[in-house]
Ligand binder design. Sequence first.
Ligand code: C5P
Length: 322
Amino acid sequence: MLSVRLRSLAKINLDLRVLHKRSDGFHELRTIFQTVSLADTLHIDFVRSRTSRIAIRSNPEIPDNLILSAADAVLSALGVRARVAFDLVKRIPMGGGLGGGSSNAAAVLLALPALAGIPLPLAQLLEIACSLGSDVPFFLLGGAAVGLGRGTELYPLPDRPSLPGILVCPDLHLSTPDAYRRLARKLTDGPYSPTMNRFQSAAWQIGERGEGGGHSVNDFETIVFRDHPHLESIKETLQSLGACPALMSGSGSTIFGVFDSRLRRDRALARLRREALHNDPGRTKIYPVVLVNRRQYRSLWRRQLPLEVQGKGWPPHARFAK
Ligand code: C5P
């Protein structure tokens, strides 16, 4: 039996624009994904066997856990039968716009080929990831990336030094399909040039400085803040404490802030914790994080797959892989 223990990282969206509704029911996006250091822990026991059995020993209450579909899909692609058992320790809040479930699924897609000793090409892993969810492909790559289309067409942004940040996660689970519905985007392809130009401007800033500063936008904020004005207050507090940008992640409810120094971040953290203790004991979770660039993401993966690799190839392959 082979065992691994993996950290499955969260993401934030440094920018998120929702264009039109597409004929396949999804929306056309322009977004910038960024991995951050908040992580779930996923333990995997793997043994080849005559019949496949895939089970999650902990957290069985998560409905439609993507881990199971990911394991099933990757074992069929590998042509391997195995008993696979998962233990999942959740830290990334669910329904918080941080991509926790998608990250867990991508972790399975990266780990099982290494455990089976059979490499799968990135293009094949990306195809499986797309079939699991719009945010899953990004977690095969990590760092900062521009996401187009459904969010599954990804292009890397240059690695920047890791900036410190804060995630403020209210005890509020928001439904992504619901958020898209409420945006009420039309099926037609509109005249987007102002939006696209503003998005490009933010993408260039993020590529050059690691954050989009005042140019970052999340189109979901308007509708989510209308129903939950305290989320807008969190954003304003983060801004007043020096976060640039302070923005909602995905379709909410997490609000994050990026800071230009640890000192400024730590001061803001202390202030937010004092306020949360006073106004909202125990209900809002506040996490200090760092933005994790692609080099760090990949070296984390190489460290946590002990079976792996010669060379710097990506995705990581087991040493004994053919
Ligand atoms: O792909 P995923 O399962 O994460 O998407 C969840 C839901 O979010 C979809 O069923 C769809 O309603 C909405 N969605 C969308 N456009 C996207 C991504 C997600 O409309 N680009």
